[in-house]
Write a protein that binds this ligand. Structure first.
Ligand SMILES: NC(=O)c1ccc[n+]([C@@H]2O[C@H](COP(=O)([O-])OP(=O)(O)OC[C@H]3O[C@@H](n4cnc5c(N)ncnc54)[C@H](OP(=O)(O)O)[C@@H]3O)[C@@H](O)[C@H]2O)c1
Length: 249
């Protein structure tokens, strides 16, 4: 059996660290030509050099729609097409209950986690339609499946991504474009380490409620994304796949 993403042109957002960096490594190992994007150029340069081959990067702040469009245009300009995209970039500011959420917190979370994914999907669909189809995976969250009183703006942004995923999946199925999301569970990255610093003990408290009794490794989320993006998931669209170690299932 050939590699999962053999010959695919892949875009990974939020590829400078965490789940996105793991995805870039896995997609390349599974045969894709990967374009990485994020804001941290030094990290992108280092990872791209590690990957070697045709891997490359685009520095972009995805909260700016014009930079999203430029990034997708760069991929198409370099490789002639875009086959698969993992919209993974996201932010989780320090916890703030509904009554304590500042407009700045709300705008940051909504702008990066929802608005940027919305316009990334839009740009990616336009590129994929031109070349006969493709696949998109949005990195959502277990937080988007239910209540998260500590991070309500974050949870709402992820619920919005699930809705976008469903609408785009139905809207572009006939164009040969599959759109899925991952309800990512607790995963050990800079994001969750920052959460632990803001709220010591939070990771242990959450882990106690995970049936598998542990935190995910970034590679485990990347594996789900790789499969959903691959032709082996050819009849899967509109799904929000829980990768949670059994939590909230
Ligand atoms: N870790 C978890 O437990 C967990 C659970 C559920 C869902 N998720 C989701 O998984 C995704 C990845 O999270 P992670 O844990 O890997 O977080 P992370 O280690 O903090 O990485 C976040 C990535 O997003 C990029 N990013 C943030 N703001 C950006 C912007 N304005 N423009 C471009 N890129 C931006 C960052 O790159 P730069 O700073 O270089 O721009 C970085 O590469 C997020 O969508 C997150 O919500 C994570």
């Amino acid at each position: 059996m050939s590699a999962l993403l053999n010959g695919k042109i892949a875009l990974v957002t939020g590829a400078s660290r965490g789940i996105g960096a793991a995805a870039a490594r896995l997609f390349a190992a599974e045969g894709a030509t990967v374009v990485l994007t994020a804001r941290d150029e030094a990290a992108l340069r280092g990872l791209t050099a590690d990957l070697g081959g045709d891997a490359s990067y685009v520095v972009a702040d995805l909260s700016d729609r014009t930079q999203i469009d430029r990034t997708v245009a760069e991929v198409v300009g370099r490789h002639g097409r875009l086959d698969v995209a993992f919209n993974n970039a996201g932010v989780l500011p320090p916890p703030a209950a509904v009554a304590d959420t500042s407009p700045e917190h709300f705008d940051l979370v909504t702008g990066v986690n929802y608005r940027s994914v919305y316009f990334a999907v839009a740009a990616q669909v336009r590129a994929m339609r031109d070349t006969g189809g493709g696949a998109i995976v949005n990195n959502s969250s277990i937080a988007g499946l239910g209540a998260d009183p500590a991070n309500p703006a974050y949870a709402a942004s992820k619920r919005a991504v699930n809705s976008l995923t469903a609408s785009a999946a139905v809207g572009y199925a006939a164009a040969g474009i599959r759109v899925n999301a991952i309800a990512t569970g607790l995963t050990l990255t800079d994001m969750t380490e920052g959460w632990e610093r803001a709220d010591p003990g939070v990771l242990a408290r959450i882990t106690a409620g995970i049936p598998m009794g542990r935190i995910a490794r970034p590679e485990e989320i990347a594996q789900a994304a790789a499969w959903l993006l691959s032709d082996r998931a050819s009849f899967v669209t509109g799904s929000v796949l829980p990768v949670t170690g059994g939590a909230a299932v």
